[in-house]
Design a protein around this ligand. Structure first.
Ligand code: SF4
Ligand code: FES
Length: 251
């Protein structure tokens, strides 16, 4: 049987199993810890933004830890928004805000903190990416692996190899959809989607006309031997329901 532990988070008693991460226990109990790199779809993607820091008091000692990767090992008191955390979080937001001055989300998330005193930090022009890695994770999880982080220091960025169109990219937009700061640009007409320097033909549902995805992403989803669908999921379900209704009428 697992060891159950009771901790307090912001004064609220929470029960958890030994080894559970603070962030997860807080979330389960409705206590919101800010994050820029956690996403429910990618359980193991953690510890990239450090915005989730919290203060832990245990056995008379207090320390600041990264809550999404800090396992609870015994009774303790956790504070997610203490003065010390607010000050340290402000530094993290300031660093991210200068790394990606065009990322409006940073300004929104830090608006209640004292953000003065960081004027000497140097900003990277026109940058929106905070290097949280979620887009790379999303792409890898599909098995496409078309993008990765490249270069170092202020030059570090997410890109396709050599910034060339990638033959592995299927134009599915998973990267752009998961990006918290809207850093991944793409454009779309009725027939073509352009992302990561490559144009993709769009497939439309033969019944309702809605975009079903790029030809490459639909092919990727059904596999090399699967039959390409001609209608979208919604129309397929509607058609199935109608067929079932018609069958029932005759029984
Ligand atoms: S492009 Fe977006 S999702 Fe990818 S690392 Fe940058 S901020 Fe994160
Ligand atoms: S949520 Fe990003 S480091 Fe914990």
């Amino acid at each position: 049987m697992s060891d159950m532990i009771t901790v307090t988070i912001d004064g609220i008693e929470c029960t958890c199993e030994k080894g559970e991460y603070i962030y997860d226990v807080a979330k389960r109990n409705g206590i919101k810890i800010p994050t820029l790199c956690r996403h429910d779809a990618f359980e193991d993607h953690r510890a990239c933004c450090r915005i989730c820091i919290v203060e832990v008091e245990q056995r008379g000692r207090t320390k600041v830890v990264t809550s999404c990767v800090y396992p609870i090992d015994g009774e303790c008191e956790i504070r997610t928004n203490s003065e010390r955390i607010q000050e340290e979080r402000a530094v993290l937001y300031a660093l991210l805000g200068h790394r990606a001055p065009e990322a409006e989300l940073i300004g929104k998330m830090s608006r209640r903190l004292d953000m003065s005193g960081f004027e000497r930090l140097v900003s990277i022009d026109n940058e929106k990416c905070i290097l949280c890695g979620l887009c790379v994770q999303a792409c890898n999880s599909l098995g496409t692996g078309a993008i990765s982080t490249v270069l170092r220091g202020t030059e570090k960025k997410v890109a396709t190899p050599y910034d060339e169109p990638s033959k592995f990219c299927v134009g599915c937009l998973s990267c752009a959809n998961v990006c918290p700061t809207g850093a991944i640009e793409y454009s779309q007409t009725d027939t073509i989607r352009t992302i990561w320097h490559r144009d993709f033909e769009l497939l439309h549902c033969a019944e309702c006309g809605e975009v079903m995805g790029t030809a490459e992403s639909v092919r990727h989803a059904v596999g090399p031997d699967g039959e390409l669908p001609t209608i979208c999921d919604a129309c397929r379900k509607k058609r199935l329901a109608n067929e079932m209704m018609a069958t029932y009428r005759y029984v």
